[in-house]
Design a protein around this ligand. Structure first.
Ligand SMILES: *[C@@H]1O[C@H](CO)[C@@H](O)[C@H](O)[C@H]1NC(C)=O
Length: 272
């Protein structure tokens, strides 16, 4: 009897939990107005309202899915979460998975060093694809919580201290050794060229075919248009672009559409 009463109480609380879950709102969560239910007798059953963790993970995943676009800053209540994820071993595992999938795909493409005619190409982004900007966000402590200060960020890029994104040096050389021409297409500005080259070499990358940075004319276009125009140019030269790997959706949008795209996680900033 006592047990069934406890069970029905628990169910009632569970139901209340579901109702409050539907009505759950990030602001009331922050103000602490959401009730946490507990069966005091046992102290075992603890029904919590969906937490910030769940909300922020869903925000992050929807950024990666390209459902959430054009965000200016990471929602204030999720900055800690984005920081936690981007500095976690989970982030590294997610990158590694993308690298593994790219290698699997390479095994199925026709480009083999013996038969290569030198026209098979692969495109990489630089920031948060080959080189990590995490140390910048760490030292500035905001992880997307404030709009990127371009001046400060470029000063950091110019210092050439970015480390390689985990697992990417391995993939880079795997692709290169298969006989692909590697094109680095970045929204970094032209004046950062020598710092970028030094940084890339320091981090373990070399022997790319071309490093394409944004000149003054390109700055008038959106980054996605700039990158699409460069793909058009490569195609017009006769290159077959087998894959594009980037940390922003702008690396893949527009025409020509690459045969395969590999998106690396990045929920810190959004560039259209
Ligand atoms: C951006 O950074 C520069 C260089 O550190 C600084 O002088 C400037 O005040 C910053 N701008 C904003 C809007 O915070």
């Amino acid at each position: 009897m006592a047990r069934s009463l406890l069970l029905s109480l628990t169910l009632t609380f569970l139901f209340a939990g579901i109702v409050s879950a539907r009505d759950w709102n990030i602001l009331s969560q922050l103000k602490g107005t959401t009730t946490t239910t507990k069966t005091s007798q046992t102290g075992v059953t603890s029904l919590k309202a969906p937490n910030l963790n769940g909300y922020c993970e869903s925000w992050r995943v929807n950024v990666e899915l390209n459902n959430i676009r054009d965000f200016k800053v990471v929602p204030q209540e999720c900055v800690w979460f984005v920081q936690k994820y981007m500095t976690s071993s989970q982030y590294e595992d997610d990158v590694e998975r993308a690298v593994d999938e790219a290698i699997l795909y390479l095994g199925k493409t026709c480009c083999e060093k013996k038969t290569c005619d030198g026209m098979d190409a692969w495109i990489f982004d630089i920031d948060d694809t080959l080189l990590s900007t995490i140390p910048y966000h760490k030292s500035n402590g905001c992880f997307g919580g404030e709009q990127l200060n371009t001046t400060k960020f470029e000063e950091w890029q110019n210092s050439g201290k970015a480390p390689a994104v985990p697992h990417m040096v391995k993939l880079y050389h795997e692709i290169r050794e298969r006989g692909f021409k590697i094109f680095l297409i970045s929204s970094r500005k032209e004046y950062l060229r020598s710092a970028t080259v030094e940084n890339l070499i320091e981090a373990g990358y070399h022997s790319w075919s071309n490093l394409l940075l944004r000149g003054e004319d390109d700055e008038k276009k959106s980054v996605s248009q700039y990158k699409a125009d460069l793909r058009t140019w490569l195609t017009s030269l006769g290159y077959r672009v087998w894959g594009v790997m980037g940390a922003q959706w702008n690396s893949f949008s527009g025409c020509p559409v690459p045969k395969r795209t590999f998106k690396l996680p990045n929920s810190i900033y959004y560039v259209a």
